[in-house]
Design a protein around this ligand. Structure first.
Ligand SMILES: [Mn+2]
Length: 464
C-alpha cells in the first residue's frame, strides 16, 4: 500500500490517534464535527466541510492508496465509504470501530473491520499475562537464589518435555549444571529421550532418594510427587516448587505451585517464563522446548491450547532446524541399515498392513523404520519389529483414520507382553520366551507372519 490515509471522525478520535502517531507512509487526517473548534491536533490535516467526495478528492489519492476510517457513528462511516467510492473507486478501506454492528457497515468487497480501543485491549490482556509470568519468575528467583544447590527433579526416564523444561529452568535461574543439576530417580532410556539429551548435550543425573540430602532446594518439573512411588520418598513431599501440566495431586507441600492442567506441555509454561523475563533463548534451548511441545502434544494435535500454539510459533522462529533433525532422525547404525535392507527386500503390503522384521537391532532403529514403512504405497498400518536384549520390540504407525494404534497394540500383546500408545502411534514389547511358547521359533519370518496375523485380527476386531 503506497499511502495509508487515516481519517478520524471528530477531535476526540483524532486526539486519541495522536497518541498512536503516524507510521511509515501514514497520513493523519480528521473531519471536524460541526460544533468543534478547528484547533487541529498536531500532525493532522483537516478535511473541512464534513465528510464528502470533495474532501476525499482533495487528498489526490492514486491507485494503491488505502484508507482507515475511525468512528463509532454508522451514518458517518457510510458517508465516508460513499465519498471514497466516488473519489477513489475500489480503494481498500479499514473500518475501525468498537461499537458499530455488522449491519451498520455497508457490504463492500475490499473492506475490513477491526476494533480501535479493543485492538489495544487485546494487547493489554497479553501484557498482563506476561506480567503474571514475570511475577512467577521473580518468586522463583527470590526463593531459589539464596540456595547453594538446587536439584531440578524430573520424572524417571524423563521425556523430552521434562528434560527441556529442566534445562530452561536452569537458564531462567542463571545457574550451571553444578549448582542446579537435572536429576531423576530413573535413567534416560527411551530412544527419543536419549536423542534429546545427546543432541543438546544435557546431563541428567540418576540419584537415589537418600542422595537428595545434598540439595538445599528441590524443584519438580513436569512431574508431581505421586509419580515417585506409593508412598513417595519423604524428601519430595516438602519442596520449593512444582511446575507441571499434569492433573493436580495432593499430599505434598510446595511453596510455589504452578500447575496449568489445560496446557499441552510444561515447555509452554517455561517458554512463557523465559519470554516474560526477557531471557535470551539460544537456538539449542528453543529447539529443546519446541521438541518438548511437539512430542507432548503430538505436533499440536492432542490436548493443545492457544498458549501451546503461541509458544510453539515463538520457539519455531528461534530454533535450529539442523539440531531438530538430529533429534528426530538420529543417525542409524550401519548394521541397523543392513537389517532394514534385508527386511525391505522381502517386504510386501498386504491388506494395508506393512510388517518389517529387522532381527536384532539397536532399539532406536525400530521407530524410525516404522515411520518410514508407513510411506509404502497402500500401507494404512506399519509395524517395525526388532529383537532388543531378550524382547521383541515393535513400533506401530497408522494413517490416523483407522482403529486407534494404542488399542490395536493392547489387543496384539494381550497375554504375551505389554504395549500401548495413542491414536496413530504405539509400541509393544513381547518377551522372546513368551513368543516362543506361543509361536515356536523366533525367526524373522515367524515374527513377521505372527505379527501380521495378530494385527489383522486386532484391526478388524469390533470395539467392545
Ligand atoms: Mn509434559
Amino acid at each position: 500500500m503506497r499511502r495509508r490515509i487515516i481519517v478520524c471522525d471528530g477531535a476526540d478520535v483524532a486526539r486519541f490517534w495522536s497518541r498512536i502517531g503516524a507510521g511509515e507512509g501514514e497520513e493523519l487526517t480528521w473531519v471536524p464535527r460541526e460544533h468543534e473548534s478547528r484547533a487541529r491536533p498536531p500532525g493532522f490535516r483537516a478535511l473541512p466541510g464534513g465528510m464528502s467526495a470533495d474532501a476525499i478528492a482533495k487528498l489526490e489519492t492514486s491507485h494503491g492508496d488505502g484508507f482507515a476510517l475511525a468512528s463509532d457513528e454508522g451514518p458517518w462511516i457510510r458517508a465516508a465509504i460513499r465519498a471514497i467510492d466516488e473519489a477513489a473507486p475500489g480503494a481498500p478501506v479499514l473500518v475501525l470501530s468498537d461499537r458499530l454492528g455488522d449491519d451498520e457497515v455497508p457490504d463492500r468487497a475490499c473492506l475490513r473491520r477491526s476494533g480501535l480501543a479493543s485492538m489495544l485491549r487485546d494487547d493489554v490482556d497479553a501484557q498482563f499475562d506476561h506480567l503474571e509470568n514475570l511475577q512467577r519468575v521473580v518468586e522463583l528467583r527470590d526463593l531459589l537464589d539464596p540456595r547453594e544447590k538446587v536439584g531440578i527433579l524430573l520424572q524417571p526416564d524423563p521425556d523430552p518435555d521434562g528434560i527441556a523444561c529442566g534445562y530452561a529452568l536452569r537458564a531462567l535461574l542463571g545457574r550451571k549444571r553444578t549448582t542446579a543439576p537435572l536429576i531423576s530417580f530413573g535413567e534416560v532410556k527411551r530412544p527419543e529421550n536419549h536423542a534429546l539429551v545427546g543432541a543438546l548435550g544435557i546431563e541428567v543425573r540418576t540419584v537415589t532418594p537418600d542422595e537428595l540430602e545434598e540439595f538445599d532446594g528441590l524443584v519438580l518439573v513436569d512431574v508431581q510427587p505421586n509419580v515417585f512411588g506409593e508412598p513417595p520418598p519423604a524428601r519430595v513431599l516438602s519442596i520449593y516448587a512444582v511446575i507441571d501440566h499434569h492433573p493436580e495431586r495432593g499430599g505434598y507441600d510446595a511453596v510455589i505451585k504452578d500447575i496449568r492442567v489445560s496446557y499441552g506441555a510444561t515447555a509452554t509454561i517455561l517458554t512463557e517464563y523465559l519470554r516474560a523475563a526477557r531471557i535470551e533463548i539460544s537456538p539449542k534451548l528453543a529447539t529443546g522446548l519446541l521438541y518438548g511441545i511437539k512430542s507432548d502434544t503430538q505436533l499440536l494435535g492432542r490436548d493443545t491450547t492457544q498458549r501451546d500454539m503461541m509458544s510453539f510459533a515463538f520457539l519455531h522462529a528461534h530454533h535450529s532446524p539442523a539440531l531438530l533433525r538430529r533429534i528426530e532422525r538420529p543417525a542409524l547404525p550401519m548394521d541397523g541399515m543392513r537389517a532394514l535392507g534385508r527386511a525391505l527386500s522381502r517386504a510386501t503390503v498386504r491388506d494395508g498392513v506393512h510388517v518389517l522384521a529387522l532381527g536384532r537391532v539397536r532399539e532406536d532403529v525400530i521407530p524410525q523404520v516404522a515411520d518410514m514403512a508407513l510411506q509404502a504405497e497402500g500401507a494404512e498400518w506399519a509395524v517395525a519389529a526388532g529383537i532388543v536384549a531378550s524382547d521383541i520390540v515393535f513400533s506401530v504407525r497408522n494413517v490416523g483414520y483407522v482403529r486407534a494404534a494404542g488399542d490395536v497394540v493392547r489387543d496384539v500383546v494381550e497375554g504375551l507382553g505389554v504395549g500401548g500408545g495413542h491414536r496413530s502411534m504405539a509400541k509393544g514389547i513381547i518377551p522372546l520366551k513368551a513368543f516362543r511358547e506361543r509361536y515356536g521359533r523366533a525367526t524373522r519370518e515367524q515374527i513377521e507372519s505372527a505379527l501380521f496375523d495378530a494385527f489383522m485380527r486386532a484391526i478388524h476386531r469390533e470395539r467392545s
